[in-house]
Design a binder for this molecule. Structure first.
Ligand code: 5GP
Ligand code: ZN
Length: 121
């Protein structure tokens, strides 16, 4: 299947992955709204909220708490929002949850530099 995020899951396309396990992968958005903008995707292909298995949906929600904590610890945003687009709002047709930090003073750094800050101990 010609799916961009399946290719990221299969390491055919590189990504700044900040967490992964058996069920999900979390990586930095290539065109971020803000520093630390992260996408959480299932390791199995689902299109959107209509066809995703509840097991994967729950795993994604569970991991979203971990990612929110990681971003809060490393980047100290003033807020974080979670967004999941469907239908005409969705550009990439592989289910994904956006984790989008908000900064009162909008910072915008290179994705590579943000990746280094997040993954370093
Ligand atoms: P959607 O509009 O489908 O909810 O969001 C798709 C997101 O995927 C966008 O924020 C876009 O910047 C991101 N994106 C598209 N192509 C790539 C890619 O090749 N790598 C990464 N890391 N993000 C991508
Ligand atoms: Zn896919």
């Amino acid at each position: 299947m010609d799916c961009l995020f399946c290719k990221i899951n299969n390491n055919e396309i590189p990504s700044y992955t900040i967490y992964e396990d058996e069920f999900v992968r979390c990586f930095l958005d290539i065109n971020p709204i803000s520093d630390g903008h992260t996408l959480i995707i299932p390791k199995k292909h689902f299109t959107d909220i209509n066809d995703i298995d509840l097991k994967y949906l729950c795993k994604i929600q569970e991991v979203s708490k971990r990612i929110v904590k990681l971003l809060n610890d490393k980047l100290k945003p003033d807020g974080i929002k979670l967004v999941q687009n469907n239908g005409v709002l969705q550009e990439v047709k592989h289910y994904h949850l956006h984790v989008i930090p908000h900064y009162n003073k909008n910072k915008k750094n290179k994705v590579e530099d943000i990746y280094k800050i997040i993954v370093k101990n």
